[in-house]
Write a protein that binds this ligand. Structure first.
Ligand SMILES: [Zn+2]
Length: 316
């Protein structure tokens, strides 16, 4: 399925950064209140978002420092877990539809962080010394993006928006269609470097893990235990807004999911696994098992992770 070319508008270079910012700030302030009615008119996905997103406490902000950096076509905005904010870049402030697209996409990421402990089971955010293996972090990021992209796509084009949002049969039908589209949703979005989004996200994830491993080796002596995802983590990742985009029911969820990885990406993951003394990632304990060894339940671990992330911000 083709994802929309929503960033085709190029910013005229005659504007200075600050005057561009002022112009876009005006658009942002004008369009943000209209987003709610757009959601309301966008069927079950938009209406469920209006119910669920406010519970995360996340806010969308326009920040001058980041404004100029977020110009990459994929990064019209991003969700910052540490600030619990959606940061909006200039690439999506030329047209209000672009802003709505990004707001919805990043709101899905906010929901993932607030419902799936696997999002924060990494060296930076985990409140316990347990973190996902490099391969599982790669799987994690691809599933996060498939969930966010496929739901945003259906939201943006208003699929089934004429049907009642609370109709259970309607939600089921929508889930069936999302399942069909989610596996390939990252395949068609191309970048300047010729990579599709799927490849780009995996490179991005691996680079992040490499940087984190370097930092850890240099400055931090925590002994981490590496864990993997399981079927319920994968189900949960596809289940934002209570409409699953990977499986019809929880009992059908499988691990590992089918994710294509290039030989070069595999090589870099193997190097990371060696650094972390992981012989066989599939044989690792699951995240749920790791949490249990600390006599914690899933929800408490998730709550502790979110509190830890927030505390790091408060301490500057
Ligand atoms: Zn995303």
């Amino acid at each position: 399925m083709q994802t929309p070319d929503i960033f085709s508008d190029k910013t005229p270079s005659i504007f200075s950064a600050s005057s561009r910012y002022a112009r876009y700030k005006k658009n942002f302030d004008l369009w943000l209140p209209e987003y709610e009615s757009f959601c309301n008119e966008s069927g079950v996905l938009g209406q469920r978002l209006l119910q669920e997103y406010p519970k995360t406490g996340c806010k969308a902000v326009l920040n001058f420092e980041e404004f100029n950096q977020i110009t990459n076509e994929l990064l019209g905005g991003h969700y910052s877990p540490t600030k619990n904010e959606i940061h909006i870049g200039q690439a999506c402030l030329e047209r209000k539809e672009n802003l709505f697209y990004i707001l919805f996409h990043e709101s899905i990421h906010a929901l993932q962080y607030h419902h799936c402990a696997s999002c924060s089971a990494n060296m930076s955010y985990s409140s316990l010394p347990i973190v996902l293996s490099p391969m599982d972090q790669v799987i994690q990021i691809i599933l996060e993006e498939r969930d966010a992209w496929v739901k945003t796509h259906y939201f943006y084009y208003g699929f089934h928006c004429d049907l009642p949002a609370e109709d259970a049969g309607h939600a089921k039908e929508l889930s069936r269609q999302l399942i069909k589209s989610s596996a390939g949703i990252l395949d068609h979005e191309t970048h300047n470097d010729g990579k599709n989004s799927h490849e780009w996200y995996i490179d991005y994830a691996i680079k992040g893990i490499e940087d984190m491993a370097d930092w850890h080796e240099e400055y931090n002596d925590t002994e981490f235990e590496y864990v993997r995802l399981d079927q319920s983590d994968i189900w949960r990742l596809g289940n934002t807004l209570n409409i699953n985009c990977f499986f019809k029911q929880k009992t059908e969820a499988i691990y590992p999911p089918n994710i294509e990885i290039t030989d070069e990406q595999k090589r870099r993951i193997t190097v990371l696994e060696k650094r972390m003394a992981i012989d066989d990632y599939a044989a690792l304990p699951t995240l749920a098992e790791g949490i249990k060894t600390y006599e914690l339940d899933y929800q408490s671990y998730l709550k502790n992770n979110l509190a830890k992330i927030q505390k790091e911000v408060d301490q500057g």
